[in-house]
Design a protein around this ligand. Structure first.
Ligand code: GRG
Length: 288
């Protein structure tokens, strides 16, 4: 199976699961259920869910019991995208080729749709009946994870003396933490030993950093049509990005280097890690 096929299979499984799980648009109050479904089913590669399932599979975990957990991680991701697009954050009108949640439903419902997704995500993750998983996810979201990264990102807007170290700090939290947690959760759920979980976490941190560097690069080199959002927005908002502090070519080199390092880490495991290596390669080959 190619990586594209693997991602397509997992996306279908996740989407079917979520379609059955989420309340219908006709459920009262209709606006919130419409807004939740609008963002969850607006597209998306389901990359984080695929990493979670891939890590679980690598360590011999059960295919069915990881599905609700992986779906819950995607709900956290959808929540972060809704809030990231709000006027008080990045103020983006377009996401996944469609108007952002607040453009369709208004800011109040968009904020609440994000909040609802957070609650639903933890409901799904709780299906695994494993507090370790709940703690990994909440750590990835909190002030030492996505929220901390987003705060540092907002506070660095427009600053001219930003260093590579500063951008790395932001990217590791804003983006890499959830990617790392997706893999760690898959491995923990499968019962992987602590030394292997350590390797998976290092792998996740590197591919997560590369994922955000590639995102910065695509914001310069891609188009609105391919990316499904407004390209050039990082430069317009004078955001802290790798291309801003290192230039495009060095940014590409750093992304590639992180992926190579991540793949090399997997060579220390005895399990078949081909799925995870392929997903790592996808990070630098992706076009959207
Ligand atoms: C606590 C969940 C939460 C959020 C509050 C808004 C915020 C703090 C953080 C923003 C984090 C964020 C949106 C980081 C960007 C990550 C990123 C590169 C998103 C794009 O991911 P893809 O390409 O998107 O996987 P698709 O559309 O394929 O799902």
């Amino acid at each position: 199976m190619t990586t594209a096929e693997y991602l397509a299979v997992q996306k279908e499984r996740i989407d079917n699961f979520l379609d059955n799980y989420l309340l219908k648009e006709t459920a009262k109050p209709k606006s919130i259920h419409k807004a939740v479904r609008y963002s969850v089913f607006s597209g998306g590669k389901r990359f984080r869910a695929s990493l979670c399932i891939g890590a679980n599979e690598t360590f011999g975990g059960s295919e069915d019991s990881i599905l609700p957990v992986a779906a819950g991680i995607e709900l956290i991701h959808a929540y972060s995208l809704i809030h990231d697009d709000l006027p008080c954050m990045d103020d983006d009108d377009l996401r996944r080729g469609k108007p952002s949640s607040h453009k369709v439903f208004g800011e109040n419902i968009a904020v609440l749709a994000g909040d609802a997704l957070n609650a639903l995500a933890f409901d799904l993750v709780a299906w695994a009946d494993d507090c370790r998983i709940v703690r990994i996810l909440s750590g990835a979201i909190g002030t030492e994870g996505m929220i901390g990264g987003q705060v540092a990102d907002i506070e660095s807007n427009g600053l001219q003396n930003i260093s590579e170290h500063d951008v790395r700090y932001i990217h590791l939290r804003k983006t890499a933490k959830l990617i790392q947690a997706s893999l760690e959760i898959g491995a923990v759920h499968a019962g992987a030993p602590p030394e292997n979980i350590d390797i998976i976490k290092k792998f996740g941190s590197r591919i997560g950093l590369a994922f955000q560097i590639v995102d910065d690069i695509l914001d310069i080199e891609s188009s609105n049509e391919i990316l499904g959002k407004d390209v050039g927005s990082d430069e317009n908002s004078d955001k802290a990005t790798y291309p801003k502090v290192c230039g495009l070519e060095k940014s590409k080199h750093i992304a590639k280097q992180n992926i190579e390092e991540a793949q090399n880490l997997l060579d220390t495991l005895t399990e078949d890690t081909s799925i995870l290596k392929d997903l790592a390669r996808f990070v630098i080959n992706r076009v959207s």
